[in-house]
Design a protein around this ligand. Sequence first.
Ligand code: NAD
Ligand code: UDP
Length: 323
Amino acid sequence: MKKILVTGGAGFIGSHLCERLLQEGNEVICLDNYFTGSKKNIVHLLDKPYFELVRHDITSPYFAEVDEIFNLACPASPVHYQYNPIKTIKTSVMGAINMLGLAKRVKARILQASTSEVYGDPDIHPQPEHYWGNVNPIGPRACYDEGKRCAETLFMDYYVQNNVKIKIVRIFNTYGPNMNPNDGRVVSNFIVQALKGENITIFGNGLQTRSFQYVDDLLEGMLRMMDTDENFTGPINIGNQKEFTMLELAKTILDITGSSSKLIHKPLPTDDPKQRQPDIDLAREFLCGWEPKIQLQEGLEKTIIYFESLLRITKLAKIVLRN
Ligand code: NAD
Ligand code: UDP
């Protein structure tokens, strides 16, 4: 049985990861400050004997004897990471230093949840890992993009200088159950708007693209990456190669939900990347033939079922409170 620390474990991806690690027979410490995550995501794990929940902010040091660390703590939605940009950078940079220090001290493997945002608004398409990116260092997305880039630098330096066993995964847009309905990212926004019959907010002309990955495919890639040979550090892209415009995404969600919501256009946020698609050749080669298995239609159907039940419960709770 391995002892595994998951920072950001009460968030969207972290909660799925904690569940999967427990299922596989590990002992899990879930650490979170609940900035964007919620106890609701992991409440069903609280009575498991090998699950431990710790309220902690990774900008402060934390100590525990563990074999592996998955460092996921960081707000990921532009709305939330731009709410307090200085805190976002501190989380990425000081958080990385604290977690790498811990990994060094207890000789743990440590995986960094990096991001396709390190490529910024890419002028190479699709994006391979050797592309250095096109990031505005002083724009509104910089707190996140540059914070994650600096974290990658720290991870590589701890590997070279201190032999810490690091792994870096660059995650492309991932969605699924446990996303916060107020998260602000496009998949959750469109689904919640469609289910409530509200207008679907397309930013800009809606022709910008993203490649959406279902959370289960990401978990499989991350877990395989953690188990790779000690000298294989990454960075490695993990994402689904199928690329969609935001208009296509909106239409697919309207079709599945049967909603009659109208599309409305809002201004495109500053520095919003025009296109994004992972080159996943490296993942195919080094992660034992890993491939994303769940395509958009199927993944959206699962996610919509989750949001439908969430919204139903919220509606019921409001009625009970009113009466
Ligand atoms: P999320 O916002 O749902 O989860 C982040 C979690 O980290 C939350 O539970 C939050 O409360 C916690 N957190 C934030 N700051 C913290 C701090 N200072 N100390 C302790 N906990 C803190 O987002 P997510 O989508 O689950 O993303 C998880 C990780 O994956 C993030 O590091 C994100 O950058 C990375 N990532 C996600 C995506 C995606 O599409 N979902 C894409 C690229 C990278
Ligand atoms: N977007 C949109 N409507 C929304 C939220 C987002 O059109 O209500 C667009 C956004 O401008 C971007 C894309 O969807 O082009 C993905 O945005 P998200 O915030 O999900 O992720 P990121 O920009 O970090 O990839």
